[in-house]
Design a protein around this ligand. Structure first.
Ligand code: MRU
Length: 368
């Protein structure tokens, strides 16, 4: 695989500036797995819509997209008031992943004190660095996390695939390249370890079914799609060696907020002595928070995401169909919090640590 994740055999990032720096291009994730469609974004408003409608999604990728949004704003009008308004528009798109606010803060800091004429170029440089750092960070997460898979592989009495369970999409598509939870899987596969991934469909938007399954297929990694509520059963029957998920926001005390349903997997993992790891870059850590349950804003999305499912009909058309009685009310909480006590360890670009303030301090002493 070499430089990163491939699409049809070609290494690709999930976001990139177009020639001349007039716009950015993204893969429209709302069309996958049925269509690989590239969309051009040429204004901060278009970036905001792409994030809100989840054409781009996944915590690190949202951050990268927001950074490019500020570049497009700086191109149109680089005054402080215009940049502040653009940052607010972007910040309001999705509340839970802290990478969004983090990336906006990075770009604003890079422009501070610069004359307006120099701001656009500085913004593009900063956004490119955010992307390059994300790629390097995810690759490093892979290097640290693969040791956990290698360990299971080494300790087996009889050769069988190492069984990893993941949730949602914390892969290449959620980042600029490599992914967080899936980076260790990709490296294990590259190193010849027989690894198999259980992929939870991840209702209501089915990012596991539509995105994780698709990208594992692109990489040739063996996987099986399961309904969301199957994970506990598999763990009870010894069919999961370890769980690895991503994180949209991790507190300084190691509580982890991730896609709704992550908590239930962690509870089942604890009940069955299955290690439960969470993979994340430093840009997902909110150092200002100490209690995930009460302090992390949980996104509530449109109820239609619960009410309907999207798919492809036999004649190739994309369709949305309703699956419940029209009069039934719905609730659509998009994330939940897994308390640090249920997390076996945090896999970061600097190594693996205990999910606790002390654990994070060993890897990030500058923040303790
Ligand atoms: O709502 P989404 O699709 O943006 O949620 C994505 C997740 O919850 C991922 O697990 C997450 O961003 C992990 S970071 C790679």
């Amino acid at each position: 695989m070499g430089p990163g994740v491939n699409v049809d055999g070609v290494p690709r990032r999930t976001i990139w500036p177009t020639d001349g720096g007039r716009s950015v291009e993204i893969i429209d994730q709302t069309r996958l797995p049925h269509e690989f469609s590239i969309r051009t974004l040429a204004s901060v408003e278009e970036v905001a819509v792409a994030i809100a409608t989840m054409q781009v999604r996944g915590a690190p990728l949202i951050g990268a997209a927001a950074a490019y949004g500020l570049c497009l704003q700086a191109q149109a009008d680089a005054s402080d008031s215009a940049l502040d308004a653009a940052a607010e528009t972007l910040r309001a798109t999705r509340p839970t992943a802290v990478n969004l606010a983090w990336a906006l803060g990075e770009v604003r800091a890079a422009l501070r004190g610069l004359p307006e004429s120099e701001r656009e170029a500085a913004a593009w440089r900063c956004a490119a660095k955010i992307c390059d750092d994300d790629v390097a960070g995810c690759r490093a997460i892979g290097e640290h996390g693969v040791k956990l898979i290698e360990e299971v592989w080494r300790q087996q009495a009889q050769r069988r695939p190492v069984e990893v369970l993941t949730h949602c999409n914390a892969g290449w598509l959620a980042t600029v390249d490599w992914g967080t939870a899936l980076a260790p899987v990709y490296l294990a596969h590259e190193r010849g370890i027989d690894v198999h991934v259980w992929v939870g469909e991840t209702r209501p938007r089915n990012q596991g079914a539509s995105l994780t399954a698709w990208e594992l297929l692109q990489q040739g990694v063996p996987h099986t799609l399961i309904a969301d509520n199957v994970g506990g059963h598999l763990m009870q029957h010894g069919r999961v060696d370890l769980c690895i998920t991503g994180s949209d926001r991790t507190t300084a005390t190691g509580d982890v907020c991730n896609k709704i349903g992550t908590y239930l997997k962690a509870v089942a993992a604890r009940d069955n002595d299955v290690p439960f790891y969470v993979a994340l870059p430093y840009s997902s850590i909110d150092w200002s928070l100490s209690d995930g349950l009460t302090q992390i804003p949980i996104e509530e999305r449109d109820g239609n995401e619960v009410r309907r499912v999207t798919g492809r009909s036999d004649d190739g058309r994309m369709l949305e169909v309703e699956i419940l009685p029209q009069a039934s009310p719905v609730a659509n909480f998009a994330f939940d919090v897994t308390p640090a006590r249920l997390v076996s360890g945090l896999i970061t670009e600097r190594g693996i640590c205990e999910a606790s303030r002390q654990g994070l301090a060993t890897l990030y002493p500058e923040r303790s």
